[in-house]
Design a protein around this ligand. Structure first.
Ligand code: ZN
Ligand code: ZN
Ligand code: ZN
Length: 249
């Protein structure tokens, strides 16, 4: 995949289009309601800090929390927003977050923070900045998964760390663009040799035994639930693996 194809897949995805439209609307509103520049700046700054922290907590404790598959009501969502992505990290259909889960979460966290600091203009600025951040996260995540080799050291590094989350041990390297909170909580590992290989890296703990007890995700998967390397999907899709080196480790 060339960078051009990647940019095309990105900007034509419905959730990305929605983030851009909502982001523009929020930024226009924050300018229209503009009153206190210092407080608005503070709202944007706090949103910048809160976003990666929120993502870290959600990814580690909710998406990898091993409770969403235990009820019929949450199994569908968990399957869509994280299980399928770990089962087949190359599947474009589940590469991006689902708008109906991302947008309410981001809005519920950032809008009150922005409002408390800078009133309605602060709320609009914080949410608008959250949409920009989300586009950035999704774009980097696209680069990490699609068959594209970045040239910049920083992009190479975050791609390697995210690939180890998918192919070596999922209980670490939770950040996407930012591994600050992994450092703080001690979940960052630079090399595969720093952490043992996880048996649940592709099934997230939703093993065959768990599938007997909690059948919903398995039923929805139509027999594709597996514990091993996702090459069974790649053969079906005819895709090539972008992360050969990290998968061999
Ligand atoms: Zn991923
Ligand atoms: Zn994950
Ligand atoms: Zn692969």
């Amino acid at each position: 995949m060339s960078l051009r194809d990647l940019v095309y897949s990105f900007f034509t995805y419905y959730a990305v289009v929605a983030y851009i439209l909502i982001g523009i609307t929020c930024i226009v509103l924050s300018v229209k309601w503009f009153d206190a520049p210092v407080r608005m700046g503070a709202a944007v700054l706090l949103a910048t800090v809160a976003y990666p922290f929120g993502w870290y907590l959600i990814h580690r404790y909710i998406l990898h929390g091993r409770f969403l598959y235990k009820s019929a009501a949450t199994a569908v969502t968990w399957k869509r927003i994280h299980f399928d992505h770990h089962q087949d990290p190359h599947d474009l259909r589940v590469l991006f977050g689902a708008l109906h889960t991302t947008l309410p979460t981001i809005a519920l966290v950032l809008t009150p923070i922005g409002y408390l600091i800078g009133g309605r203009s602060g709320a609009a600025a914080a949410l608008g900045w959250g949409m920009v951040t989300t586009c950035f996260y999704e774009f980097c995540h696209c680069i990490q998964h699609l068959n594209y080799a970045p040239q910049q050291k920083w992009l190479k590094d975050i791609k390697r760390l995210h690939m180890s989350h998918h192919f070596h041990n999922e209980q670490g390297n939770y950040g996407i663009t930012n591994y600050f909170w992994d450092r703080v909580f001690g979940t960052l590992y630079e090399k595969a040799s720093d952490k043992p290989k996880s048996a649940t890296v592709f099934n997230l703990g939703y093993t065959a035994e768990e599938a007997v007890k909690y059948p919903w995700v398995d039923k929805l998967s139509g027999g594709t639930r597996g514990d091993g390397h996702p090459r069974r999907f790649q053969q079906a899709e005819g895709l090539s693996a972008p992360e050969v080196t990290s998968e061999q480790s």
